[in-house]
Design a protein. Structure first.
Ligand SMILES: NC(=O)c1ccc[n+]([C@@H]2O[C@H](COP(=O)([O-])OP(=O)(O)OC[C@H]3O[C@@H](n4cnc5c(N)ncnc54)[C@H](OP(=O)(O)O)[C@@H]3O)[C@@H](O)[C@H]2O)c1
Length: 262
């Protein structure tokens, strides 16, 4: 797959990874459509892209608002007449300590990290079906198979993304020539994990390279960095007793909010 001339829609375009993906693709002669809530940041990225061989448009989009998602897809199609690739990175990471377990945090995480992507897929599919081609790449997370103490809201929403993508991948390709790619980053140094020290985290620029190269190579699952992939996939195989013996606080990570019980 060659990005030259391709129409690429990016959600979460103001984020650590989303912005770097946009800047990486701007060197490849793409037609970019950038979406997120913070318009000033979108404007700034759009300005940087205007000095490259790529084109770009942008518009505010809150993925909790289904109408915004519909408009984002319509605007991209109307401007560029097709949509070749969607790279959907909008997401939030919110701790939900067991001491103050809060269903609203889980609902909000599901709405942004999962349901937002569900509606992007719904509005992209008719366009890509008509084109008989397309790529939908969505960010889940590397630890998407087993729970992590304190991070249940995030993990559940990302596991849902992985599961949905698995269920669409084979049929989407066979019926409509649409590729569903699940992006599973380990720790990436972006505003999302600021304050949570994560050992072995890669830069957002490096993460963007993994993602763009992975799409170019036609990977179905893009997971990185290799050291963390080996560690997480090994832990996935631990029997429950062994898995549960891992220190809880160390899994939450430095910077996780301390909660005093009443
Ligand atoms: N960083 C990591 O270590 C890591 C690891 C695994 C997976 N991931 C996933 O990778 C993706 C990118 O993460 P990142 O690290 O680049 O995070 P980030 O820097 O915090 O960026 C998050 C992006 O999501 C957008 N966003 C948040 N809420 C939104 C909403 N309601 N509507 C529309 N956009 C919204 C933000 O834009 P606005 O605020 O402008 O709306 C921002 O562009 C996320 O899905 C994240 O869960 C990250």
């Amino acid at each position: 797959m060659n990005f030259k001339g391709k129409v690429v829609l990016i959600s979460g375009a103001t984020g650590g990874m989303g912005k770097e993906i946009a800047l990486n693709l701007s060197k490849k002669g793409c037609k970019l459509a950038l979406f997120a809530r913070r318009v000033e940041q979108l404007k700034e990225i759009d300005k940087q892209i205007k000095n490259t061989e790529s084109e770009s448009i942008y518009n505010p989009c809150n993925v909790k608002n289904i109408e915004d998602i519909k408009k984002a897809v319509e605007l991209t199609k109307k401007t560029y007449e097709r949509i070749d690739v969607a790279i959907l990175t909008a997401g939030v990471l919110v701790p939900n300590p067991i001491q103050t377990f809060d269903g609203d945090i889980i609902k909000n995480s599901m709405d942004i990290n999962f349901i937002g992507n569900v509606y992007f897929i719904q509005y992209l599919l008719p366009i890509m079906k008509a084109q008989k081609s397309g790529i939908i790449a969505i960010t889940a997370t590397l630890p998407d198979r087993r729970g992590v103490p304190g991070w249940g809201a995030y993990g559940a929403s990302k596991a849902a993304v992985s599961w949905l993508m698995e269920s669409l991948r084979a049929e989407g390709k066979k019926r409509y020539n649409i590729d569903f790619i699940t992006i599973k980053p380990g720790s990436v140094l972006t505003p999302m994990i600021e304050g949570y020290h994560r050992h072995g985290a890669v830069t957002a620029k490096k993460a963007a390279e993994y993602i763009v190269n992975g799409i170019e190579k036609g990977k179905k699952i893009i997971q990185f960095p290799i050291g963390q992939v080996v560690m997480i996939r090994t832990m996935d195989k631990f029997p429950v007793r062994v898995y549960d013996s891992i220190d809880v606080e160390s899994q939450k990570g430095d910077g996780y909010p301390q909660v005093d019980e009443e």
